[in-house]
Design a protein around this ligand. Structure first.
Ligand SMILES: Cc1cc2nc3c(=O)[nH]c(=O)nc-3n(C[C@H](O)[C@H](O)[C@H](O)COP(=O)(O)O)c2cc1C
Length: 226
């Protein structure tokens, strides 16, 4: 697939058929994704390909309360779990989540992605705000998994809800010491048509010149794509 097209069309896929994703396909996807960049090329990732349906169901159960809290906060007009001004909604109601239903069924595969904290250079760790830089050594790898899956006709979505339940999920997954659960990625054969146009803000809405409070960058893309 043309790279520009792949970057513009790899949207989240959350509905899958029962067609399984075999180990050879997972290996091929990871064999491409391993070329992702990481700080110092330390390649801090570990992947558990979770096939055990009972274990997957347990992982889904751990995520459901987080989803309920997320949806209730969204309904209240918040940006859920943000580290600045998030206020949890008391007693959030159950919110259906078709993606979690797939955890207990055939078809898609669940990849748990962990990161070895000893291999991260976390340049903002000592600042008085939430640290974000460490993620830069693991999420490009996750994104490459999604791109490589798309290239093979599969779809998927990255989620981070399991990280909130790491104390419970870690032992279930045999998470090694000094590792963090970075993401779970569900990959499968899409059961619905993939979107061809994703909804994203234009460049001028988030790009300025010289300073973040500078003038918006103007002008059309040099090679506009459809
Ligand atoms: C860090 C991160 C966490 C995400 N968590 C979830 C999630 O928990 N559940 C889910 O359905 N999608 C999740 N997504 C997918 C986003 O919802 C999706 O990328 C976004 O809505 C854009 O969707 P689109 O690419 O289909 O336009 C996550 C994506 C990222 C990058």
């Amino acid at each position: 697939m043309d790279l520009d097209r792949a970057l513009r069309t790899t949207g989240a896929v959350r509905q899958f058929s029962d067609e399984p994703v075999d180990d050879a396909t997972v290996t091929a996807i990871l064999d491409t994704a391993r070329f992702a960049p990481s700080g110092g090329n330390r390649q801090p990732w570990k992947v558990a390909v979770v096939r055990d349906l009972a274990l997957r169901r347990r992982l889904a159960d751990l995520q459901q309360p987080q989803w309920d809290a997320y949806m209730a906060a969204r309904a209240a007009g918040q940006s859920p779990f943000n580290p600045v001004d998030y206020e949890p909604v008391a007693d959030p109601p159950h919110a259906p989540n078709p993606l979690l239903d797939h955890y207990g069924g055939p078809g898609p595969v669940v990849l748990a992605v962990a990161v070895d904290l000893r291999l991260l250079a976390v340049m903002d760790a000592e600042l008085e705000r939430t640290s974000v830089v460490g993620g830069a050594s693991i999420y490009p790898f996750c994104w490459s998994i999604l791109l490589a899956a798309h290239d093979r006709g599969l779809g998927g979505v990255l989620t981070t809800f399991l990280s909130r339940s790491e104390p419970e999920a870690g032992p279930l997954l045999g998470l090694p010491e000094h590792h963090a659960l970075a993401a779970t990625i569900v990959l499968g054969h899409p059961s619905t048509a993939r979107p061809t146009r994703l909804t994203r803000e234009p460049v001028g809405s988030f790009t300025t010149v010289d300073r973040f409070d500078g003038e918006p960058l103007t002008g059309e893309p040099a090679e506009p794509s459809a």
